[in-house]
Design a protein around this ligand. Structure first.
Ligand SMILES: CC(C)(COP(=O)(O)OP(=O)(O)OC[C@H]1O[C@@H](n2cnc3c(N)ncnc32)[C@H](O)[C@@H]1OP(=O)(O)O)[C@@H](O)C(=O)NCCC(=O)NCCS
Length: 196
């Protein structure tokens, strides 16, 4: 589990892992910072990976919901999940996932719903949400929208629209820029494959 002494290192590592990956720069390190103080944060499931005293990985969990008319089912979501660039591909991401999925299963959570890399998570057992009759809040399904059951059949009977925590929606650019001043300056660069 993360302690306050790890906060800066986990944010710095997250910034390095996501920098220029999907956009110019990134905001995931600020998201990590915001999640910790949000009511939907689940610290009991969230973990960091540490090697030789350095934070090399991080996974953060939050509460989310599946809404089916009058019925609301509590569910969980993780993100950011990331690994220090030079340690990627050595199984740290998978270790963080398997450890925390087992913690969540033991605490009785039924399933995890995420937006994530469609090529990475199926290897861990995630399936697209159309397999579970779960859609996004605006009724869509696509490859990056995935879920996993935490016990056999545990998502049976749960269907509806997925709503993630509001903490993901509130990352104004100016706040991210201000937050970036806490870390060594990194250059924003445009690469093919970025979303915008
Ligand atoms: C995605 C990420 C968390 C995976 O962690 P990791 O420790 O590097 O991954 P692991 O070592 O556990 O797994 C490695 C396997 O996943 C594959 N993999 C890693 N990242 C991948 C990606 N983005 N897309 C597809 N496959 C990926 C590797 O090719 C490898 O496959 P193999 O076992 O068949 O060789 C990490 O690479 C990372 O932090 N990436 C940048 C941030 C990010 O994109 N986070 C996820 C957002 S949804």
């Amino acid at each position: 589990m993360e302690t306050e002494d790890d906060w800066y290192d986990a944010e710095l590592m997250t910034q390095r892992a996501f920098w220029n990956k999907h956009h110019l720069g990134c905001d995931e390190h600020y998201l990590v910072h915001k999640i910790r103080h949000h009511e939907d944060y689940l610290p009991e499931l969230s973990r960091i990976a540490v090697k030789n005293g350095q934070v090399v990985g991080c996974i953060m969990y939050t509460k989310s919901r599946i809404v089916d008319g009058e019925d609301t089912h509590g569910i969980i979501t993780f993100g950011p999940l990331c690994v220090e660039p030079k340690w990627q591909g050595y199984g740290v991401g998978e270790m963080l996932l398997r450890e925390t999925m087992s913690l969540a299963a033991n605490k009785g959570y039924k399933g995890i719903v995420i937006f994530g890399e469609p090529d990475y998570y199926p290897g861990i057992g995630f399936k697209t949400c159309d397999n579970f009759n779960i859609t996004t809040s605006d009724g869509r399904n696509f490859d990056a929208f995935m879920a996993i059951e935490l016990a056999e059949g545990s998502l049976k009977g749960i269907k509806g629209k997925f709503h993630y925590s509001e903490v993901f929606d509130n990352l104004p650019k100016e706040e991210v820029e201000e937050f970036n001043k806490r870390f060594p300056k990194l250059q924003k660069l445009k690469f093919p494959g970025q979303w915008d």
